[in-house]
Ligand binder design. Structure first.
Ligand code: 0T9
Length: 420
């Protein structure tokens, strides 16, 4: 334990002078995860049934709610169901939050969820995830169900700053969820978070502030996060409200629905602005088992596929062999350096496989096929290069640059005819 605490102390010192570049952090082996960050998009769809659920919701004769509102409630339920996978799964499987492997440029992660529904109306759902940038690190992903014409696409990058006790993390990017049969699209922003427990060498994630889900039908969900010691006193708490539109969201009493509880446990839902004493269960994270995706055996994977590329490093991490970790990592890093040198000499750049960086300077509401600009405006959100969920009129957005955003190239993906 004493050697552990010594390396941990020096690690803490290195984070204290941390400059925002995650690759510069050299952490002791026991805090390393054998999984690359390029795998994390799988957490969006470990509850495939909820992801596809809106497709199966119909307007009923005695409905009080418009069908688009029913869809929004279902999308919110799916979103809440992703949080435990996204933010608690390392704590559950590895005993605490771990530092993921820093993906190399062009790294891929492919997998699928097979249809396990009783109705067999779900069909298979595919995940393609690609490291589209190394400096700064950005992962882009698409999750596609062709049977139900449902596509989630997004990209993600983080910036982190150490305060005295916690690592504060801001996410850049967003997700767009399209139900093509329903002709509805949803913009999803990514919440800020911080890593607590670092001083005690027992790190865990806590979400903070807000995130938004804006429906193309107008409805908007505002989700507020809190941890231990806030309004409910419990960790992983949230309160979400659904409004008719963003104007109504100025006044909480206008909420159509309120959902409150723990995203890693039970949450409840009521109509209106407060949770009634007889509120129905909205989602119970412990009652719904996550369905992990299936990935081809390593021997059948291509050289850019994450688990194949990192296999030796991952084995060294599992064996707790610090020298071997370092040795195997260096091989990958040197290869990457050589590749970049060669590109420079040849006057070329790396070509991303399935995603394009779209320059939004030249796009308008009408020419942006994804509907992102429109949805961001509907939610009063900035579409510039600012942390996800930044409001349009906030001080941070004033001087910010117009951003480029990473978009899924369906055509390239279809022509590649990948075998999953
Ligand atoms: C997108 C998610 C993100 C990635 C991770 C901050 C973090 C890297 C980014 C934001 C996913 O959709 C959701 C979940 C967890 C986030 C990670 C938690 C974490 O600790 C790491 C950072 C880079 C570290 O590893 C810091 C080192 C160490 C002190 C923590 C163990």
């Amino acid at each position: 334990m004493s050697s552990t605490s010594a390396t941990w102390t020096s690690f803490i010192k290195s984070i204290a002078s941390y400059n925002g570049d995650l690759s510069s952090l050299t952490a002791p082996p026991f805090i390393l995860s054998p999984t690359s960050l390029v795998e994390y998009p799988q957490y969006w769809s470990e509850h495939v049934d909820l992801f596809l659920a809106p497709n199966f919701i119909r307007q009923e004769a005695n409905d009080i709610d418009a069908v688009e509102l029913k869809h929004m409630v279902a999308v919110l339920r799916w979103f809440i169901s992703t949080l435990k996978s996204q933010y608690c799964s390392r704590a559950e499987s590895l005993g605490g939050e771990k530092k993921p492997l820093n993906p190399f440029l062009g790294e891929l992660f492919l997998g699928k969820w097979t249809d396990q529904s009783a109705s067999k109306q779900h069909g298979d759902t595919l995940l393609v995830s690609e490291q589209v940038s190394h400096h700064p690190p950005i992962t882009a992903y698409a999750i596609e169900n062709k049977t139900n014409k449902t596509v989630l696409q997004g990209y993600n990058g983080v910036r982190a700053f150490m305060s005295t006790t916690a690592l504060n993390v801001r996410q850049y990017g967003h997700a767009l969820l399209e139900y093509q049969n329903l002709k509805e699209t949803y913009l999803i922003t990514l919440p800020p978070l911080h890593i607590e427990g670092i001083l005690m060498a027992a790190p865990f994630v806590e979400l903070e502030q807000k995130s938004y889900i804006q429906s193309s039908a107008g409805y908007v969900a505002v989700i507020e996060y809190s941890g231990k010691g806030y309004f409910s006193g419990k960790s992983n708490s949230f309160k979400a409200r659904i409004f008719k539109d963003i104007r109504e969201a100025q006044d909480k009493t206008k909420a159509l629905y309120t959902i409150s509880g723990q995203w890693s446990g039970v949450s409840k839902i009521s109509r209106g602005n407060t949770l009634a004493s007889d509120a129905q269960v909205f989602y119970d994270a412990n009652a719904q088992k996550a369905q992990p995706l299936s990935v081809k055996p390593i021997e059948e994977q291509g050289p850019l596929e994450s688990r194949r590329a990192w296999q030796k490093v991952a084995d060294a991490i599992r064996a707790n062999d610090y020298n071997l970790i370092h040795q195997e990592k260096s091989i990958i890093e040197n290869e990457q350096r050589e590749l970049r040198k060669k590109e420079q000499a040849d006057n070329t750049t790396w070509k991303q496989k399935f995603f394009d960086e779209i320059d939004y300077k030249s796009l308008t509401e009408d020419t942006d096929e994804t509907g992102y600009i429109k949805l961001a405006k509907m939610a009063n959100l900035s579409h510039k290069n600012v942390p996800s969920g930044t409001k349009q009129d906030s001080s941070k957005e004033q001087g910010a640059e117009e951003a480029s955003h990473w978009r899924f190239n369906q055509e390239k993906f279809d022509t590649a005819k990948l075998a999953f």
